[in-house]
Design a protein around this ligand. Structure first.
Ligand code: PHE
Length: 369
């Protein structure tokens, strides 16, 4: 007859020594499983005489209860210890500030372009685009640049390697070649990526990237311009001046912009001018619409008859004006960004500071900035 006390001591010792839940389960099966040691003892009760059973029954049942309850206790202990361990390892300190959620922002240049387009759209302009890699013809020749004009030289222009036919494309040095594409499209179907194929009257703005071999605090090899072109039968400098003044006062959200036209030279306009607006430079930053200083904001002029002719329009019938804004430069002025090079350095901290929420879509009705 198995010594029940020894068996109990032995099983309890095993339970105490079990290192983990799996070991504990093995002990349970060996003792209380279908053919475990205690289960066999319980089965043997059936074969005993009534007297023996009366004596052994309570002892064996007591043994089963004692081992079962010790197993249950150890199991609960192990589960509690495991929970403690996980809580310690995976604990969250709720007093810490939440980690910042990284969210993209709209680059100031793109925001400024949207602001500009929304103002011009309200004035009846549509948007045209053209390729960054441009023909020499559209970038220079059609725009009345003489063959030896210095802007064609290596120091200004990024030339592509010559193609098989000997043609050397350029990275466009301005958005003016899209003027050429828009006008030529009418007669010759030269592709300009215009929203609608426009017959004159033409009213388009052309936002886009431009390239010049130049780099300092106010010049980068890649920058952005917005061209404007208006062609009709009786367009004059007065229309040009009103358009630009209206644009500037809307863009800078200030009434009473005072402007002046300084004579200038562009091969593709005649007369040509640079428009300055009155500003105040005292106190470090530039304020438009007050003060006595002047700030150059845009190159412009009446489209040169040679350009109209080169684009298949009769200058005896059609005339118009054009202008070209530096988009990044306007953004620097409006939002107080001191160095143009920072705009294209891809520094996420700079973008986090100057960038715009994707939900702040410029809209003249609700405000632009
Ligand atoms: N294309 C000129 C430039 O890049 C700007 C300009 C555009 C001037 C249209 C007059 C008319 O400097």
């Amino acid at each position: 007859m198995t010594d029940l006390n020894t068996l109990k001591t032995d099983l309890i010792a095993q339970v105490e020594a079990a290192p983990d839940a799996a070991a504990l389960e093995a002990i349970r099966i060996a003792a209380l499983g279908k053919s475990g040691q205690i289960s066999e003892l319980l089965k043997s009760l059936g074969k005993m005489s009534p007297e023996e059973r009366r004596e052994q029954g309570p002892l064996i049942n007591g043994l089963r209860d004692a081992v079962a309850s010790r197993l249950a206790e150890r199991k609960a202990q192990m589960e509690a210890a495991e929970l403690d361990r996980r809580l310690a390892a995976e604990g969250v300190d709720l007093s810490l500030p939440a980690p910042p959620r990284r969210r993209g922002s709209v680059h100031p240049t793109m925001q400024v372009m949207d602001e500009m387009v929304s103002i011009f759209a309200e004035m009846g302009f549509s948007v045209a685009e053209g390729p960054d890699i441009e023909t020499d013809f559209s970038n220079f020749t059609a725009l009345n640049f003489p063959p030896k004009h210095p802007a064609r030289e290596m120091h200004d222009t990024f030339f592509m390697a010559a193609e098989e036919a000997g043609e050397r494309k350029v990275l466009r040095t301005h958005t003016s070649p899209v003027q050429v594409r828009v006008m030529r499209q009418i007669n010759e179907k030269v592709p300009a990526w215009v929203a609608t194929g426009q017959e004159p009257p033409i009213r388009v703005v052309v936002p886009g990237r431009t390239y010049r071999c130049d780099s300092d605090a106010t010049h980068t090899p890649m920058f952005h311009q917005m061209e404007g072109l208006v062609i009709d039968k009786a367009v004059h400098m007065g229309h040009l001046k009103w358009t630009l003044e209206t644009f500037i006062s809307r863009f800078f959200e200030t009434e009473g912009v005072v402007s002046r036209f300084r004579p200038h030279h562009f091969p593709f306009t005649e007369p040509s001018a640079e428009m300055d607006v009155q500003c105040d430079r005292s106190g470090g930053d530039i304020k438009i619409g007050q003060g006595t200083d002047w700030l150059e904001v845009v190159g412009c002029g009446m489209v040169h008859p040679n350009v109209l002719r080169n684009c298949g329009l009769d200058p005896e019938i059609w005339q118009g004006f054009a202008f070209g804004f530096g988009v990044d430069r306007l953004g620097m002025l409006k939002y107080g960004m001191p160095d143009l090079r920072d705009m294209f350095a891809g520094d996420a901290r700079w973008l986090g500071h100057y960038g715009f929420s994707p939900f702040a879509t410029p809209n003249p009705a609700t405000g632009l900035s």
